[in-house]
Design a protein around this ligand. Structure first.
Ligand SMILES: [Fe+2]
Ligand SMILES: [Fe+2]
Length: 372
């Protein structure tokens, strides 16, 4: 244990945030479904130290089933197969550690935002719920940090992620915090956790993601329940600014036109591990057709934004034609056009529905009825 001091080398300078602390003198329930969610959250608390088997070492063979991410099956191209076993392991290990490190930093951001929500949301039920989420996020920071310790070192936060965490922390508007965190960031995280959890066969990682995904599904449900109560009461200007905030957060992570994205940061990691990036991309381009991928039930698979975040915004009535066109433009510029939809109309027609039961969906317990 390090010696105690008032400041540490690893802390950031303080970020200025705007937030009002609201006392609420009505302790009775005003939003009953949030009160029920709070009770459920209390019942589903778990203890990382007690409930996970930390003694097990990472199984390298089984770890290879962990997806690299980005929805592109790099592993299937001939260039990838021509790499030595050592280089492949190095790429897998570093990529997973990059993804897990950003999950970890995202969890810290969620911890800070959830604790802000206790202060600034105006309803008692919502404050109670945010208190349970704060506890959940502390546990998530704990488990990701412990898992990465077994795999590699923690890597620094990716710039685009830090930008949207900062924006969500800094805004003084509690609805923007909910939309930025519970709808966009946690929507993207839940999608990635689900993907990694369902494919990896590494036992400790799978177990850890199962617990975390169950909590995250609840956090996302909180955002949906609360924002859907608030949305019909908003002025057109307020609705528009919330829509813009959601677009800004979502596109920060995928829009390669502005700045480094998560993908560019990962590619540079691969180059450092000995991958000839041009050769890899060329091999993928030649051998792997760009076509919409489908799951085992024949349903079209979408990325996190198109497949989850946008359907959520649509359900919340925060997806006007104006912002939908902007979303299409961002996706079309960053994905192959046939994945985003050649036209705005096609993009809209393809949008999937939100899963009815997010928790069951995240844990893939819906069998043949699983949504895309
Ligand atoms: Fe979390
Ligand atoms: Fe969360």
């Amino acid at each position: 244990m390090a010696e105690f001091s008032l400041t540490t080398d690893s802390q950031d300078p303080g970020l200025e945030t705007a937030m009002e602390a609201i006392y609420q003198w009505n302790y009775g329930s005003e939003v009953e479904e949030l009160r029920r969610l709070y009770v459920k959250a209390a019942e589903q608390q778990w203890v990382a130290e007690r409930d996970l088997n930390w003694d097990q070492e990472i199984d390298q063979e089984l770890f290879q089933t962990t997806p690299l991410g980005f929805g592109i099956p790099f592993e299937r191209c001939s260039y990838w197969k021509s790499l030595s076993r050592d280089v492949r392991w190095e790429v897998m290990r570093r990529t997973a550690s990059f993804r897990l490190s950003n999950f970890l930093h995202g969890e810290q951001g969620a911890l800070l935002v959830a604790s802000q929500l206790v202060n600034c949301v105006p309803h008692t039920d919502a404050k109670f719920y945010a208190a349970t989420q704060t506890m959940d996020e502390a546990r998530h920071v704990e488990v990701f940090s412990r898992y990465i310790e077994k795999l590699d070192e923690v890597q620094p936060v990716a710039k685009p992620l830090k930008r949207i965490l900062d924006a969500t922390l800094a805004t003084g508007d509690w609805l923007e915090k909910l939309v930025g965190m519970q709808i966009v960031i946690e929507g993207l995280a839940l999608h990635s956790f689900r993907d990694m959890r369902n494919l990896t066969e590494e036992p400790l990682l799978k177990e850890l993601l199962t617990y975390v995904a169950r909590d995250e599904a609840r956090h996302h449900a909180y955002g949906i329940m609360y924002v859907s109560q608030a949305a019909p009461l908003l002025s057109p200007e307020k609705r528009e600014s919330l829509e813009n905030f959601a677009l800004e957060c979502a596109s920060a992570l995928v829009d390669r036109r502005n700045d480094a994205t998560l993908a560019t940061e990962v590619f540079s990691l691969w180059q450092n591990a000995g991958v000839d990036l041009e050769a890899l991309l060329e091999s993928v381009r030649k051998e792997i057709p760009v076509e919409p991928s489908v799951d085992e039930h024949g349903n079209r698979r979408f990325g996190a934004i198109q497949g989850f975040v946008i359907p959520t915004l649509k359900r919340l009535n925060l997806f006007s034609e104006r912002v939908a066109r902007d979303f299409h433009e961002v996706l079309a510029a960053n994905l192959q056009r046939n994945l985003a939809g050649e036209t705005y109309e096609e993009f809209m027609k393809n949008l999937p529905d939100l899963p009815e039961d997010t928790s069951r969906w995240a844990l893939e317990e819906m069998g043949a009825t699983a949504p895309h």
